[in-house]
Each structure stands twice: as C-alpha cells, then as structure tokens.
Design a protein around this ligand. Sequence first.
Ligand SMILES: Cc1cc2nc3c(=O)[nH]c(=O)nc-3n(C[C@H](O)[C@H](O)[C@H](O)COP(=O)(O)OP(=O)(O)OC[C@H]3O[C@@H](n4cnc5c(N)ncnc54)[C@H](O)[C@@H]3O)c2cc1C
Length: 404
Amino acid sequence: MTDADVIIAGAGPAGTLAAYELATNGISVLILEKSQFPRYKVCGAGLTHKILGEIPFDISPVIETRIHNITFSKGLSERFTRYSTEAIMYCTNRDKLDDFLLKKAIEAGARVIHGAKVTEVAQSMEFVTVKTRDGSFCSKLVIGADGASSSVARSSGLRENILPGLAWEAEIRADPATVKAFAQTVFLDWGTFPGGYGWVFPKGGHFSVGVGGPASLSKWMMPYYEKLLGYLAADHGIHALETISLKSWPIPVRIKRSRFHNGRILVAGDAAGLTDPLTGEGIYYALKSGVIAARRCHEYLHAATPSLESYTKAVNDELMSELLEANRIKHLFNTVPRRIHHFVRDSDRAWRAFVKILRGERWYADVPAGFGKWKVMWGVACYLSKWISDYSSNRFSKTGFKKY
Ligand SMILES: Cc1cc2nc3c(=O)[nH]c(=O)nc-3n(C[C@H](O)[C@H](O)[C@H](O)COP(=O)(O)OP(=O)(O)OC[C@H]3O[C@@H](n4cnc5c(N)ncnc54)[C@H](O)[C@@H]3O)c2cc1C
C-alpha cells in the first residue's frame, strides 16, 4: 500500500510545478516539505521573461516589479544603462511566489505535509521508501526537489559533476522615493572577479542586493558585497537604511551531462544542480525540470515507457545543452570581461541578443551558429578561455581584487 503514486521532496518551484502537473493529470501526489509556508528563501527572485511560458497559470498576483532597464557595471565602474521596450524580467519575493505555486498545486489535488524533512530514500523493485524524522512514506516514484543540499540526490548517488557556487544576499530597505525611482531597473555588476557577479533587484518596497560566484572564491564575497553597497550609495544615491537579512546559500552548478535518475528516483531543480553558471539563474530550470520530471513520471506510470531513462535524456538534451553553452560563454567572459562589457554597451545587436536570451526568444545554444563560418573559431576560443579562466580564478584567490 503506497501513500501516493509520486512523492515529491521539497515545495520550491521545481517541486510545486511538478506536483501541479501530476495532480492536474489525475496522479496522486504527496509533497513532503521541511518548512512551514510561507517561508523566507534566500533568493534574488528575479524571474526572466522566459519563465512565463513555463507556468500554465497567471502569476501576476505575486509580481512586484517589471524590469525594462539594466544598469551594467564592470568591476563597479564603467557603468551604462540599456533599455528594452519589452519587459526583460519580473521581480517577486520567494515567500510569496512559492506559497502561490504551492496553493496552485493543492488546488489541483496535491497533498502536502509541512515540517517533514526527508533524510533518506531507499528503493526496492516496486517501491521507494522515503524516510523523514517522524516516519516513513512509500510511493511508486520519487522526485527529489529538495534544493541545493538535496538529501534525495545524496542518498541516490546523483550528486556527481556539480561545481559548488555560493551567493550572499540581503533585503535592503531604502528611502521609498529611491525604491520607486528604480522600480524598473536592475543593476548588474560583472567582471569584478572571475565567475562572480553582483545584482540589485527592486521589489515593491525594498531592494534585494547580492553577490555570487564560485564557492572557491567565497572569502572575497563579503568584501565585494560591501563594495557593491558603497557603489550604490556613491553612484546611484541608494543608501541602505536597514538590512532586513543577510545570508549565504549554495548555488550548485552541473558542469557535465549526467544521470538525473536512478531507478524510481528523479532529481530536479537545484537538487539536480540545474543553474545557469553565467548568471546563477535557477528558477527557470527548476520549473522546467519539474515539469519534465512530472511528464516522464506520468508516462512511466501509464506504462508508456519502461524506465525513467527518458528523463535523464530530456534534461541533458533540453537543459544541459543550454547550461553547458552558458558555461563556455562564462569562461570566455572571464577571459576578456572588459571587451564583452564594452560590446554590450556599444553594440545594439549584442544588447538585443542579451534581451532575447532573457526573454526566451533566443538561447545560449544559438550563439555559436551566430558566428556563421567562424563557428569553429568560437569553439576554439571557448576551449582556450577555459584554461585562462581557471588560471585567473587561481590567481584571484591569492591576489584578490587588485590584479583582475
Ligand atoms: C542568493 C541567491 C540568489 C538567487 N537569485 C536568483 C534569481 O534572482 N533568479 C533565479 O532564477 N534564481 C536565483 N537563485 C537560484 C534559485 O534560488 C534556485 O535555483 C531555485 O530556488 C531552485 O528551486 P528548487 O525548487 O529546485 O529548490 P528550492 O527553491 O531550494 O526549494 C527546495 C525546497 O525543499 C525544501 N527542502 C529542503 N531540504 C528538504 C528536505 N530534506 N526535506 C523536505 N524538504 C526539503 C526547502 O525548504 C524548499 O522549500 C538564487 C540563489 C541564491 C542562493
């Protein structure tokens, strides 16, 4: 006797959209979530426009700001602002977004148990047993959507090829007139250290301010965050009147095609390491992998497929190909950050391509084809830049901001 056809560990975007998709298709689904909702989650909660195409219902009730401008800086200087007539992204708060998505899943028929922390999963030929501190549950399939420190991924051997990233973020209260003045503008700093970036996202009544990058450079992140605050005050008149929370959280980055299932267990979202190595964006990939996982579970339960191998294939084909190209672009950026910064500033074509990628009208994977007959040169440049980028990271970890 099972507790549900599918148990989902975690009620973030990956888990809730998977649950919604399954429940809508009449499959019994139980979400085990360790927290009580609504709960705070460290996240910029910037939703790129392409996300709207992945969610089958309107999320405008939880959108706080619509972004048309990006103010870029390189090393917190050389700033310029680019404008798009169409919205590029939307900002929300994760407590609201996740609670909204969970309610949609429940309305569709999913059940949820809050305060149920999954500690381990074990599978037999027919079932999966999901252990929590307060007891065990049983299902035919399990989707691990339990985030960056996933217990499901760990206990089912699906953690290989993940590069640890890290980000620090705070919610900053500023003068309301200033928050309003920048309500359509995102600040994006890049090229301050290899693979690192800083952001400022305007919310309804405050800013989310954060920095992120490879975990190996974590000791430089707080100094970078302090510099970012100084830059905001000096160059943009954004003064932090109150810091509501300042926390760090891992960003797992999958750097090779991998297995995303093991028998009856699948992993999605951060649990699968599906984040953009260039920008740290993860919500899109969480939603997308959650839906793919749900559809593959559906097919499997209706005996249309003999195994969940099709899930691993779909994630590699549809998501990893994109993320691997983003990783190549990241290495190239790390090698010539100033040139790329100037390229986005001076070339309308480059800016339009950037906007189209955020809007989901073009993909990273289209970039090499854009070089036409020079495509091979692009490949060579990316290949070489990986070594230069690794060298820069090593050097940076010793010398800090001075030499990059
Ligand atoms: C500082 C920072 C800023 C970011 N900013 C952005 C951004 O602006 N835009 C963007 O797209 N991405 C951003 N990301 C990435 C984004 O937060 C994640 O990629 C996204 O949340 C992944 O969604 P998920 O559903 O896979 O996991 P999560 O959102 O982490 O959800 C996992 C859920 O599982 C629960 N859980 C965890 N462990 C267990 C357990 N053992 N048992 C049961 N439940 C469990 C958690 O409570 C949580 O509710 C940011 C990340 C960080 C760290």
